[in-house]
Design a protein around this ligand. Structure first.
Ligand code: APR
Length: 320
């Protein structure tokens, strides 16, 4: 039985980290694709040369030819440009939409059976466009955002409560932008919901509100520190968690930008919701009940995503 094949479209900061993680975890053989000749080949060779010390068995190949992604089981897309300080994710829309078109066509022609995870921002609009351009089934095209936003939320909570992050579960819904909805009610420490922990006096409402806001600004905080690009270690790790759930049929319950048609009262759009990922791709959107306040925040976020999708349609008329 041959190893699974993982194709990475975009061999920049996130792409290189994805390749390294996929190899170390022996998820399969890795193909790095990029339009910048030399970068994918150089990173593939560098990572392959770490194999003897690390002790992994995985083949790595760098390429500028879409034919090399043929037969990929999983494709992770980071092609495009990241933001610089002062930019919002939405500022990337025009340039990255064109990239999604070429990537979607490359996938459709060479690996139409793959499970595709999009990371390129602005995420919810780009994953929608990628699904449209590629024509792949909506349950096989998903966006990585909620796992990352939840991981940031979990990290901040574990520091606040001084407990292992293994015992912190957290949930972030909505679009991957300033309007995302970190769900306080569905986030827990060892199963104890955050509102109960405030009542117990383990933290204050004020502190919790600050953590929620820091989660919303998590990406911008890293951009502000790095100054030359955006986060890549945690985004790559989050996408690998999703890829592993698919390849190993783990049936993980993970928040992702998934296609909702009816769920959450949505009429055919991508936004961050809880999903089950297994061998069938997005096997289920978990339609949790939101209270009034959560629903209002979710609606704001959904409307922000709808605005970006409309902007995409205005730029590329084949999407309309
Ligand atoms: N096809 C393939 N690769 C492309 C294309 C294209 N049409 N256009 C650009 N690229 C490549 C670039 O050559 C670069 O190597 O995409 C890579 C992007 O890498 P980085 O600039 O290092 O960006 P990165 O930090 O990896 O982020 C990528 O993910 O989180 C998002 O906002 C972020 O949209 C950005 C994306």
């Amino acid at each position: 039985m041959s190893r699974p094949k993982i194709a990475l479209i975009g061999a920049g900061q996130i792409g290189g980290t994805l390749a390294h993680l996929a190899a170390i975890k022996e998820l399969g053989d890795v193909v790095l694709f990029d339009i910048a000749d030399g970068i994918p080949q150089g990173k593939a060779l560098d990572i392959a040369e770490s194999g003897p010390s690390e002790g992994f068995d995985a083949a790595l190949k760098g390429t500028t030819d879409y034919a090399d992604i043929a037969g990929a089981d999983v494709i992770i897309v980071t092609a495009g440009v990241p933001r610089k300080p002062g930019m919002s994710r939405d500022d990337l829309l025009g340039i990255n939409l064109k990239v999604m078109k070429s990537v979607g066509e490359g996938i459709a022609a060479n690996a139409p059976d793959a499970f595709v995870i999009c990371i390129t921002n602005p995420l919810d609009a780009m994953v929608w466009a990628l699904q449209q351009f590629s024509g792949l089934p909506a349950n096989k095209v998903v966006g990585m955002a909620g796992v990352l936003d939840s991981a940031r939320f979990r990290h901040f909570l574990s520091v606040e409560f001084d407990v292992s992050m293994k015992d912190v579960t957290a949930f972030v819904l909505g679009g991957h932008g300033d309007t995302m909805v970190p769900s306080v009610r569905y986030s827990t420490v060892g199963g104890i919901p955050l509102p109960d922990l405030v009542e117990m006096g383990w933290t204050s409402q004020e502190k919790l509100d600050e953590i929620v806001q820091r989660t919303r600004d998590g990406g911008a905080e890293i951009v502000g520190l790095l100054k030359t690009g955006s986060a890549y270690y945690a985004p790559a790790t989050s996408a690998i968690e999703m890829a592993e759930a698919y390849l190993k049929d783990q049936k993980r319950l993970l928040p992702c930008a998934a296609y909702c048609d009816g769920e959450f009262g949505l009429d055919g759009m991508y936004v961050g919701v809880p999903t089950i990922i297994g061998a069938g791709g997005i096997e289920k959107v978990v339609n949790i009940k939101l209270n009034k306040e959560e629903q209002e925040m979710f609606d704001v976020s959904v409307n922000a995503v709808k605005g970006l999708v409309e902007a995409c349609k205005g730029i590329d008329e084949t999407l309309a």
